[in-house]
Design a protein around this ligand. Structure first.
Ligand SMILES: CC(C)=CCC/C(C)=C/CC/C(C)=C/COP(=O)(O)O
Length: 274
């Protein structure tokens, strides 16, 4: 109904609609057209219908409209409830697994070892090692692989920074912010940059280095342990690491798709081979 000016009681007076009363004696507030939430509070003088001694036309002088009842809160969807439960379970489980989060934690004595693992999956040693290898490499094939590894590491840093900046999930409260070299987005925890790098480098190494089986197993174990150690150190929740592994695994597909070679990037390799 049309709402007119407000009254002191909070009710609103509506302009009179033309409401025909069908027979005489109908109480004014039951006039036809009294819509939901509105009732007639003052009837206008009845108008006798011509040709009928009994029938009158009832007009409403003023209607009062009560404010509509507040809408009930939207029903939470199944997906939202499931996501909330998953995140709550994730926080609880990750806190329980953070047994090396501090020196005084349950497994605090293993913390230095896990911090060593942290450095083994950090961006700085990987970038520095790859650049060093590129500078020393004398074979074109070796240079091609290392150049693509450099591209993969830089791509990983950019993609992780973008997702961290978009999601902005805080690191677990039990994390001590004593990490080896960080950049601004590293205050966020989703996804784990160590997990993305470990998964991507693992796939890269398995595809491009000829390694004996025990070494291949070791590379896979290293990637898995780096991921688990992020939760044990209290740096991440389990879902940060799980998503990081998936993201790193897929990042390798991007590197493979845009593989830099003398055929796909002749200018780059021409400069290099001079
Ligand atoms: C060239 C350049 C911008 C290098 C930056 C290297 C760097 C500081 C990488 C950050 C590595 C890091 C601390 C990642 C965080 O890993 P989470 O597993 O804690 O997410």
């Amino acid at each position: 109904p049309y709402k007119g000016s407000g009254t002191a009681s909070g009710e609103q007076l509506c302009p009179p609609p033309l409401l025909p009363r069908l027979w005489p004696g109908t109480p004014p507030h039951t006039l036809l057209g009294a819509s939901a939430g509105c009732r007639c509070i003052r009837a206008a003088a009845p108008v006798r219908l011509p040709g009928s001694p009994l029938a009158t036309l009832g007009l409403c002088g003023f209607r009062t409209c009560e404010p509509p009842p507040p809408l009930p809160p939207p029903d939470p969807s199944c997906a939202a409830v499931a996501l909330r439960s998953l995140l709550a379970a994730d926080l609880r489980f990750s806190r329980q697994l953070g047994v090396c989060a501090g020196e005084r934690s349950a497994w605090g004595s293993a913390r230095p070892l896990l911090r060593l693992l942290e450095v083994s999956g950090h961006g700085v040693p990987w970038l520095a090692g790859t650049l060093y290898g590129l500078g020393r490499s004398e074979s074109p094939a070796g240079r091609e692989v290392l150049l693509n590894l450099l591209f993969a590491l830089l791509l990983d840093l950019v993609l992780v920074a973008v997702v961290k900046g978009l999601v902005r999930r805080r690191r677990p409260t039990h994390n001590k912010m004593d990490m080896f070299v960080t950049i601004s987005v590293d205050k966020y925890s989703f996804p784990s940059g160590h997990a993305t790098r470990a998964a991507m480098v693992c796939r890269f190494v398995l595809h491009h280095l000829v390694l004996a089986i025990p070494l291949r197993v070791l590379v896979v174990l290293w990637a898995i342990i780096v991921g688990i150690s992020r939760v044990m150190l209290g740096r991440h929740n389990v879902t940060d690491v799980a998503f990081g592994f998936i993201m790193g695994y897929m990042q390798y597909n991007v590197v493979k798709y845009f593989w830099l070679s003398p055929l796909s990037a002749p200018a780059l390799f021409a400069v290099w081979n001079q």
